[in-house]
Design a protein around this ligand. Structure first.
Ligand SMILES: [Fe+2]
Length: 193
């Protein structure tokens, strides 16, 4: 069984009250998605409970816990809160690598085929309190890979369409997707003269 018992109270004390409500919804939904896809729902619940443990820390603390790896991290330390959460949990003696990886990658996207991380990532972007991405939530309850593909592709497309740099770890997540369809459409042929 994943080690999670008792962590709710610690998380509750680390985040703002509204964030804690989000955390509980993410944990519940991540567990539901895991169960629907034949995965370990206890681990998904644990990762959901722990994912935002560093989310309300000051920027200076995030930068100290997780030194920036790229310009996006340096300019937007909030991007570090997944990595910072993992560092904190490891310091506190948390060992479950599947859960730790899911916590680390929840901000930028699961990179290495960790399906529990996919459950948490999807639950985080689509829990009902967000009021968006209901389609991704429903899809995840039937087909986790398809939901992950939709979530990551739409994030990358959205950012690139607006000229906003994509985090290198999100690009890694994008390139590790088990794509069902060709990811790049060939450019249209020029018209015949
Ligand atoms: Fe988060």
């Amino acid at each position: 069984m994943a080690e999670w018992t008792g962590w709710e109270e610690r998380v509750r004390l680390m985040v703002r009250p509204r964030r804690y409500e989000h955390v509980l919804r993410v944990a519940e939904l991540a567990a539901q998605i895991a169960l629907a896809n034949g995965l370990d729902d206890m681990r998904a619940y644990a990762a959901g409970i722990l994912h935002d443990i560093a989310r309300d820390l000051p920027d200076a603390e995030l930068l100290r816990l997780a030194p920036p790896e790229c310009e996006i991290d340096a300019g937007h330390p909030l991007a570090l809160h997944g990595r910072a959460a993992r560092v904190l949990l490891e310091r506190w003696g948390y060992h479950d690598q599947v859960v730790l990886e899911a916590v680390e990658d929840h901000t930028t996207g699961p990179r290495g085929g960790n399906r529990v991380a996919a459950c948490v990532y999807i639950a985080d972007v689509s829990e009902p309190g967000r009021g968006v991405n209901a389609d991704i939530r429903e899809l995840a309850l039937r087909d986790l890979n398809a939901a992950l593909e939709r979530a990551i592709v739409s994030k990358v497309t959205y950012l690139q369409g607006r000229g906003i740099p994509v985090h290198p770890r999100t690009l890694q997540a994008y390139h590790s997707l088990p794509f069902a369809a060709p990811r790049v459409q060939p450019p249209p042929r020029p018209p015949r003269l």
